[in-house]
Design a binder for this molecule. Structure first.
Ligand code: AMP
Ligand code: ZN
Ligand code: FE
Ligand code: FE
Length: 275
């Protein structure tokens, strides 16, 4: 039965592998296809489609949007988006400007906290792609300021830590609508990272459904069997589809593997039929 990983990052955002490398790895992992879902950019999608064609993979154009939310993290995955849609491109340009403003400030704050780190060396870490906090983490680890990527976020880069800088984000509703307008399917990514449960989570999902949400990513590398069951039930209660993917970045000190978890062909058809 063909399987698809619908949440993958490349060097065009904070992943460590190029689309060409991902395509080879996906074929070797036995996948039939994947969705490239880089943070706030679709720049890698064409390269992913070319590499996917060489390896006989089905490539779904995607994106992952970071939305404004407390207490945890709210990411919206868009699947099957038209990467040339003017509205989508305009909103992505806004999000990229917000990153460009934030990133040098993270470096300044880390220096103010006494660390030896420059914006230039972080930018060099990104291999020409868009810079995200994992690139800061890589420099912090190399210089001995953190023991691993989780430690770098816990001590320096996460909310409330010395290197944390807020950036302008879209509201969750705007994230859904920009994906829908570009012809994509809007899926709430890794709900475990929202940091809410019970009635609060029900209310959020009801609110997002009104805004056009179509799916919940019940299968994700951060979810164990209990979360998978919980989020599948949540989706069913709200009449939403199920999405799934690894959120593979290729980080050396994380156990995440490309294609684990993944979705079968019937699951993919249900999703793409809806967008
Ligand atoms: P940014 O989008 O630049 O703010 O960076 C956030 C990204 O960093 C997330 O989307 C994850 O891909 C990654 N991230 C956040 N927290 C962690 C963590 N504890 N360990 C590894 N990666 C993380
Ligand atoms: Zn990431
Ligand atoms: Fe995410
Ligand atoms: Fe992701």
């Amino acid at each position: 039965m063909p399987r698809f990983d619908l949440h993958v990052h490349s060097t065009f955002s904070d992943g460590l592998f190029t689309p060409a490398q991902l395509a080879v790895m996906a074929r070797q992992a036995g996948l039939a296809g994947l969705a490239l879902t880089d943070h706030d950019t679709v720049e890698g999608v064409e390269a992913m489609q070319e590499a996917g064609a060489r390896e006989g993979l089905r490539i779904i154009p995607g994106v992952e949007i970071s939305a404004d939310f407390e207490p945890g993290t709210l990411h919206m995955v868009g699947l099957g988006v038209d990467i040339h849609h003017p509205g989508l491109c305009e909103r992505l340009a806004f999000l990229q400007r917000a990153r460009a403003e934030r990133n040098p400030r993270i470096a300044s704050q880390l220096r103010a906290a006494g660390l030896d780190i420059s914006w230039e060396e972080v930018r060099a870490e990104s291999q020409g792609g868009q810079v995200g906090r994992p690139h800061f983490a890589a420099v912090l680890i190399r210089k001995g300021h953190a023991t691993g990527i989780d430690d770098a976020f816990e001590r320096w880069l996460g909310k409330g830590q010395p290197g944390y800088v807020e950036k302008d984000k879209l509201s969750p509703e705007e994230s859904v609508s920009m994906i829908r307008q570009a012809g994509g399917l809007a899926a709430l990514a890794h709900p475990v990272q929202l940091g809410i449960s019970g009635p609060e989570l029900e209310a959020l999902v009801a609110r997002l459904k009104l805004a056009g949400l179509q799916a919940i990513e019940a299968f994700h590398s951060d979810h164990g069997p209990a979360e998978e069951a919980q989020y599948q039930a949540l989706a069913a209660r709200h009449g939403l589809l199920i999405s799934g993917g690894s959120d593979f970045h290729g980080f050396a000190d994380k156990p995440v593997r490309l294609g684990q978890p993944s979705l079968d062909e019937a699951g993919l058809k249900a999703l793409l039929g809806a967008c």
